[in-house]
Design a protein. Sequence first.
Length: 107
Amino acid sequence: MARAKKAATRGKKSASPQYRLRLFVSGATLKAQEAIANITSITEKHLEGKYELKVVDALQQSEQLRGQQIVVLPTLIKELPLPMKRLIGDFSDEERVLIGLGLVPED
């Protein structure tokens, strides 16, 4: 699974993406593959051309974990737009992910 072994950027690049996301996964596990597939599907569907997604394999790039306060993998960090938010899990619940990204108002 080359996508999770090194940082990768997904999404159509624009001059300045409105959403900057970093997904931290643990190697080429099934859970990591599901998380990557789910978040890619959701961002392509709802943020096409408006996001940058960087996938970081915590096993290969442990230095990128420093200062991030990550205790569970997979973890998605929404850096922009502010406020910064963290989501954990496999991201299979699309509505929950959209709420976490600020795309759907919470009830």
